[in-house]
Design a protein around this ligand. Structure first.
Ligand SMILES: [Zn+2]
Length: 282
């Protein structure tokens, strides 16, 4: 069996700490338009614990926090509970590039962050500025030139404002609108009619569930996330309440023709990209 897919690259944007209800509440037009145009859910689930380190590790390894071993808020090289197959490394084995664009790290963490990115198999990692605007600007040339593989953007703005001012506060609303503006700028640089590009925008966690300025308890407001898929190969539709952050790496594997390792806990969102099929080699 071989995979037949029109999709050549996946662009994954992590809107850190964006609660789904912030989209209508604060008039996040670009996020709302993206959700309408493709397949999306406002009832997606993140991993437990609902913290960035655990969620990002799950996004990049396909494994649950139990398996990848990052189960708290500390960034460190974890001791996994089994063999892991990081998505960028899997893509690299097929000669597909992976690029990551993140905010600048405090100097104390920059070494470990770079080591983790290399360990995961990224061919390019850039740490730039403090928020979505600088990070997107740093990614501009790659978004134009890298036509295959994976491009990951992590925008920390929503989470930073949630911790500083509380989720759904005025300060949080400003940050959410800022991320939405950059999402609009990103979409404007892409051709979403093109079946070769799959754009996935999602949050890593919500916030304000048990405490206004936190997101780590198992409260539904912390664990519920928006997940949005768009692109020329994506069908318009509702992903439903069953979709999970763990389905995103499985979907990227599926879309890019990579066999899904057993360690991946999610399932590809097949109904969102009906043009990707398994075919018996002729
Ligand atoms: Zn946080």
């Amino acid at each position: 069996m071989t995979r037949v897919s029109p999709i050549q690259r996946a662009i994954v944007v992590v809107l850190d700490g964006l609660r789904p209800d912030a989209i209508p509440r604060f008039g996040l037009h670009h996020a709302a338009a993206l959700a309408r145009r493709g397949s999306s859910t406002m009832l997606g689930r993140t991993v437990e614990p609902s913290v960035t380190a655990a969620a990002m590790a799950s996004l990049l390894t396909g494994a649950s926090p139990e398996r990848h071993g990052l189960q708290d808020t500390r960034f460190r090289i974890p001791r996994p509970g089994g063999v892991l197959h990081p998505l960028p490394r899997l893509l690299g084995e097929k000669s597909l590039p992976s690029s990551a664009f993140l905010a600048r790290m405090p100097i104390l963490f920059s070494g470990i962050a770079q080591r983790m990115a290399t360990h995961l198999g990224f061919s390019q990692t850039r740490f730039s500025g403090l928020g979505a605007s600088d990070i997107l600007t740093a990614a501009t040339a790659t978004l134009r030139d890298q036509k295959r593989g994976l491009i990951l953007l992590h925008w920390p703005d929503g989470d930073a404002a949630g911790h500083a001012h509380g989720w759904m506060s005025d300060g949080y609303a400003d940050a959410a609108r800022g991320m939405d503006r950059e999402l609009g700028r990103l979409v404007a640089t892409l051709d979403l009619e093109d079946p070769a590009t799959l754009l996935i925008a999602l949050a890593d966690h919500g916030g304000g569930g048990t405490r206004a300025d936190h997101h780590d308890s198992a409260h539904p407001l912390n664990r519920t996330i928006p997940i949005m898929l768009a692109g020329g190969a994506v069908r318009r539709g509702d992903l439903g309440a069953g979709a999970s952050l763990l389905d995103v790496p499985a979907t990227v594997c599926w879309a890019l023709g990579i066999a899904q390792p057993e360690s991946y806990a999610g399932r590809p969102l097949l109904h969102a990209i009906p043009g990707v099929v398994e075919a018996v080699a002729a």
